[in-house]
Design a protein around this ligand. Structure first.
Ligand SMILES: Cc1cc2nc3c(=O)[nH]c(=O)nc-3n(C[C@H](O)[C@H](O)[C@H](O)COP(=O)(O)OP(=O)(O)OC[C@H]3O[C@@H](n4cnc5c(N)ncnc54)[C@H](O)[C@@H]3O)c2cc1C
Length: 548
């Protein structure tokens, strides 16, 4: 007997998982598992906001054009149009749920005319279109969605429950692998309860992967600790198609300070007039792009990388001290407070910044309903690859995409459940850890965590080359073999589960990067510095070979 039986299993409590859960709970029971506390997510850290068309001089056409330009020839135009056009409805829906966005000329925050949003500007956007809640938009959205999910009588929230692997119809636990037929359907997941270290079997008619991104694959990242690419790794192991993993977005401006872990200095600071400069106080972006400091993120990140390599300095600087102090404190209360806590007064001095891994444009391939190619398995949010971002995500399009696709997946799930179109609940293969013991060699886990993150930063970072990528591939193959051997001999613990996942994701990024012999969007490689539409105007698709 499974430990938990539910109509719908949702893995992840960021914007994607929560929005989907709240909607599908209208027709069925929902088990929502999340590996730490409910609020632990990238969503909770999102500062800038959600891109959508509200300004009188803006249009869907302009937002579509900006998204396509950023995606550098790889966006799916139908998907872009759909996401952009649905944006205003999804924003209104959030407001109806209780999310408070900043409105123009209002000291207090509250509900008001949508047309009067205080719209921010970010790199790559030709218009002001970032709907925001101060500089803590994600936290405000997450607060409201978590509250609603907790209150819902049909949603059971399992905090500190970490999904280990998906269970498919043909899951067979074999030493070293979980096998799949590739014509499979998903019937739940194995989940580790932290604290008791018990592995539970969750059986579900429908499963949603909403586990977010994978920034922790890199040494420097803006992402929270939960971002270990678990959803992509689980889906890939189960036989789902994964795409475009070479397109890792590096945010140009993370705070550089020994006491600051993963703290982002929002692009909105540059949107409000912040200027990047070197250690001598000389602005440098004009030498790299006509849009200067508001060029697309990949351009800015590469420019900073070049400046750092040229000068050997530890960081560059972002200066907004020319703006009025009162404005800075009001517009960026969170960033201002964090910097001040570390002894940097951004209203008087420049902020030291470095680039860091920020967003995964690739992921588990889905259709317009958020369905993967494994039946009854959906993937939404940063885990999914819908075709919206192409080779580079336009700033603040990701929360928007998560909202639109969580809604699409929910509508499809509701229809299918009501029509009773899903396969009946299967009896999942029980978790089998006979013969395993408690680990006596945790050093293998900590060592390999560190090695993977350094390897990815040094060899598979902002600027790549064939030689570095080949070196990374050789190393990751050895590490993967070590991890698999260890994994099947010892009882699973959270660090081991995450290590296994970052190793898989690292391998997928390296494979995709080695495959693409051109530079496009976020993938920049020394041997092939130009975009080559004659050969590479296509997604990079990966699927695990069938091991029956
Ligand atoms: C610092 C920062 C600032 C950002 N700013 C913006 C912005 O202004 N605008 C914008 O559009 N985007 C922004 N982004 C990107 C955006 O926040 C994310 O892409 C988006 O929030 C992802 O939502 P999600 O629901 O897919 O994943 P997340 O919000 O990351 O949620 C993932 C959830 O899955 C859970 N989970 C993971 N693995 C497991 C597992 N094995 N078992 C159980 N649970 C698991 C996690 O605990 C978490 O609850 C920002 C990102 C960061 C890091």
């Amino acid at each position: 007997m499974p430990d938990v039986r539910t109509d719908i299993l949702v893995i992840g409590s960021g914007i994607a998982g929560l929005m989907y859960a709240i909607k599908v709970a209208a027709v069925g029971t929902v088990a929502l598992v999340t590996k730490k506390e409910a609020m632990d997510s990238s969503t909770n850290l999102a500062q800038g906001g959600i891109a959508s068309v509200f300004a009188p001089d803006d249009s869907f056409g302009l937002h579509i054009d900006d998204t396509l330009a950023s995606g550098d020839g790889l966006c799916n135009r139908d998907v872009v149009e759909r996401v952009v056009v649905e944006g205003p409805d999804r924003i209104h829906e959030l407001m109806e749920m209780g999310v408070r966005f900043n409105l123009q000329q209002q000291a207090a925050y509250g509900h008001g005319d949508a047309e009067h949003f205080d719209l921010g500007r970010e790199g790559g956007h030709s218009q002001n279109r970032i709907v925001h809640s101060k500089d803590m938009t994600g936290q405000e959205v997450e607060r409201v969605l978590v509250e609603q999910a907790r209150r819902h009588p049909r949603i059971t929230l399992f905090e500190n429950h970490m999904a280990i692997d998906l269970i498919t119809q043909s899951t067979r636990m074999k030493r070293g692998m979980i096998t799949t037929t590739h014509e499979d359907f998903c019937c739940g997941a194995y989940v580790l309860e932290r604290g008791t270290n018990q592995v539970k079997t969750f059986a579900a008619k429908v499963t949603l992967l909403a586990t977010g991104g994978a920034g922790k694959v890199y040494l420097y990242t803006s992402n929270p600790d939960i971002a270990t690419g678990d959803g992509v790794a689980m889906a890939y192991r189960a036989g789902a198609t994964v795409a475009n993993m070479e397109f890792v977005q590096f945010h140009p401006t993370c705070l550089y300070h020994p006491a600051a872990k993963n703290f982002l200095i929002s692009e909105a600071v540059r949107g409000e007039g912040g200027v990047l400069m070197d250690a001598a106080g000389k602005p440098f972006m004009a030498a790299y792009d006509p849009q200067k400091d508001l060029a697309c993120r990949d351009v800015v990140a590469r420019a900073i990388d070049t400046e750092l390599k040229k000068s050997g300095a530890d960081s560059v600087f972002l200066d907004i001290s020319h703006a009025e102090s009162r404005f800075i404190r009001k517009r960026f209360p969170n960033i201002y407070a964090k910097c001040l806590e570390l002894g940097i007064d951004m209203s008087k001095e420049p902020i030291p910044v470095v680039p860091a891994a920020h967003y995964m444009c690739g992921g588990v391939v889905t259709d317009i309903h958020g369905r993967t190619d494994i039946q009854n398995l959906f993937a939404v949010g940063e885990t999914g690859c819908t075709g919206l971002h192409g080779a580079n995500r336009l700033a603040s399009n990701s929360l928007l995409e998560a909202l639109v696709y969580a809604t699409a997946a929910a509508l499809h799930t509701i229809d299918a459940l009501q029509a009773d179109n899903f396969s009946p609940l299967m009896k999942p293969t029980p978790w089998d850890d006979t013969g395993t013991t408690n680990s006596d060699e945790m050093i293998m886990v900590t060592h390999n965590w560190d090695e993977i993150r350094r390897l990815m930063w040094n060899y598979v970072g902002i600027v790549r080359s064939d030689k570095r990528l080949a070196r990374a591939q050789r190393r990751i193959e050895i590490i993967l073999a070590e991890i698999e051997e260890y994994y099947w001999n010892f009882k699973v613990v959270p660090d081991l589960i995450e290590l296994r996942n970052i190793a898989v994701v690292a391998e997928l990024i390296i494979k995709c990067a080695l495959h693409r012999k051109e530079s496009r969007g976020l993938h920049y490689t020394l041997e092939y510095p130009r975009r080559d539409d004659s050969r590479w105007s296509k997604d990079t698709i990966l699927r695990r070979p069938f091991v029956g």
